[in-house]
Design a protein around this ligand. Structure first.
Ligand SMILES: [Zn+2]
Length: 460
């Protein structure tokens, strides 16, 4: 983000953020500092009961349907389930893609892949975008992050706006796929929160957990309960291991006395495939198993509940800003979900999916209501699914409903076109990161550069 934009964001909108309607605003007090306008502790226009802090937990490769809170019966996620029981659960939350970099870039910017431009291994999140961390840091928040994946790191521009950015746990090379980091993410996160004791500033902490990502490792005392025969079993063990670390984090937050003034959000960058459509891992298709993600928001003063209906991750940033009673910047592509969290009917939200990585086949998807279309650009093939009667996307109805297919494709293209238009109006992404042979081998072992083509034709 450029300086002028920073000034624009931090200097405007006092009291205009909407905020939770139950709160009364208060006079806006601002300090001028080095040309930036920084909110006083307590925030701008925020009611006395507004939460001060934000803890954003992202878990790599976490399918929502492998969690108890989404009906999974294997006991993988007691800590996440407890968080869900005290918060608002979005039953049908979606990522906009099926691999890490563009997904996290969307979470942090509220821009679609076509707009933020970080869509392949050589593209970095451009300086020109405005990130959640930039907004909050500009508002006087103390910001920090602990990340565990190269795509969440500085190399790809994901550090933008963070005052403290810890990427010690990123293994940038061939050992990346076998690293185990969740307990260390928790330890680092709690240490960071502990250091905030006595500080006046509100804070924003982002923790990215990595362990459910393949290779699936076995964890003593945990994995055996889920079996070792199938990849899915090992994956469940990884989820249970990560869940334990998240449980420690949330207990620590409580013990440090910060649970009552902190918004806690848990989501994922994408899901995982287990040959439902002939492929494994992720980043290769846009079927439900790779784009459905958990989304839980627990906020002080917000009643627990469940929201049904598709919601896209591009909506997270404006939702969080409204919860913190802060205005959203102009130009974002998401919309706040706070009204639905407070019990209002969810306004139907279109869900766009995009896959643009060099090594993969390009594809787009679009869901509106019960219908979903997938366009596989690489082989000029369109699929149409009725998710209400066929949630596993096994029966392609494209030939049966040509008019509906065409309508859906038109809507999808319009949404993508608007995104591409926004991107062309801003500076080009910083392309051509130089990747070393070791880094490329690391990405290959993480499953991102496979030359595989194990597509089993679904035939319809
Ligand atoms: Zn990922």
């Amino acid at each position: 983000m450029r300086r002028a934009e920073a000034e624009q964001i931090s200097g405007r909108h006092c009291g205009s953020g909407g905020g939770l309607r139950r709160r009364a605003g208060r006079a806006c007090a601002l300090l001028g500092l080095l040309g930036l306008v920084v909110a006083l502790p307590g925030g701008c226009g925020r009611g006395e009961s507004a939460p001060r802090n934000l803890l954003l937990i992202t878990v790599d490769t976490l399918r929502s349907d492998h969690l108890g809170a989404w009906g999974y019966g294997r006991g993988t996620s007691p800590a996440i389930d407890a968080l869900a029981a005290g918060g608002v659960v979005f039953e049908d939350a979606y990522s906009h893609t099926s691999w890490t970099l563009p997904s996290l870039a969307t979470l942090m910017t509220s821009l679609y892949t076509s707009s933020h431009g970080a869509w392949d291994f050589k593209s970095k999140l451009p300086e020109s975008v405005t990130t959640l961390a930039e907004i909050l840091t500009g508002r006087g928040y103390r910001s920090g992050a602990v990340v565990t994946h190269v795509f969440a790191g500085r190399k790809y521009g994901m550090h933008q706006g963070f005052v403290e950015f810890d990427e010690d746990l990123v293994v940038d090379g061939i050992r990346a796929h076998v690293q185990i980091t969740s307990p260390r993410v928790t330890a680092k996160g709690l240490e960071w929160i502990r250091r905030r004791a006595g500080e006046e500033q509100p804070w924003f902490l982002w923790l990215h957990y990595f362990d459910p990502h393949g290779e699936y490792m076995e964890h003593p005392g945990i994995s055996a309960a889920f079996g070792r025969e199938e990849k899915r079993d090992l994956y469940d063990g990884e989820i249970a291991f990560t869940d334990r670390a998240i449980g420690s984090l949330l207990r620590g937050l409580e013990e440090l006395g910060r649970a009552g003034d902190t918004v806690v959000v848990l989501t994922a960058d994408h899901g995982e495939e287990f040959a439902e459509h002939g492929r494994t891992r992720h980043g290769k298709t846009l079927y439900e198993e790779v784009i459905r993600v958990p989304l839980i928001v627990r906020a002080p003063g917000l009643a627990p509940g469940r929201v049904q209906g598709a919601v896209p991750s591009v909506d997270l940033l404006p939702t969080l800003l409204e919860l913190m009673d802060l205005p959203a910047p102009a130009g974002i592509e998401g919309a706040s979900l706070v009204a639905a969290m407070e019990g209002a009917p969810l306004e139907a939200r279109p869900v766009l999916g995009e896959l643009r990585a060099m090594a993969f086949k390009d594809a787009d998807s679009y869901r509106r209501g019960r219908w979903k279309v997938i366009r596989e650009g690489w082989r000029q093939r369109d699929h149409l699914y009725d998710l209400e009667t066929d949630p596993a996307e096994q029966v392609d109805l494209a030939a049966e409903h040509p008019d509906r297919l065409e309508r859906m494709l038109r809507e999808m293209d319009a949404l993508r076109g608007a995104a591409r238009g926004a991107a062309s109006a801003s500076p080009k992404p910083e392309q051509d990161l130089n990747l070393t042979p070791d880094e490329l081998e690391g990405l290959r072992q993480l499953g991102y550069l496979e030359e595989e083509d194990k597509v089993e034709e679904q035939g319809k």
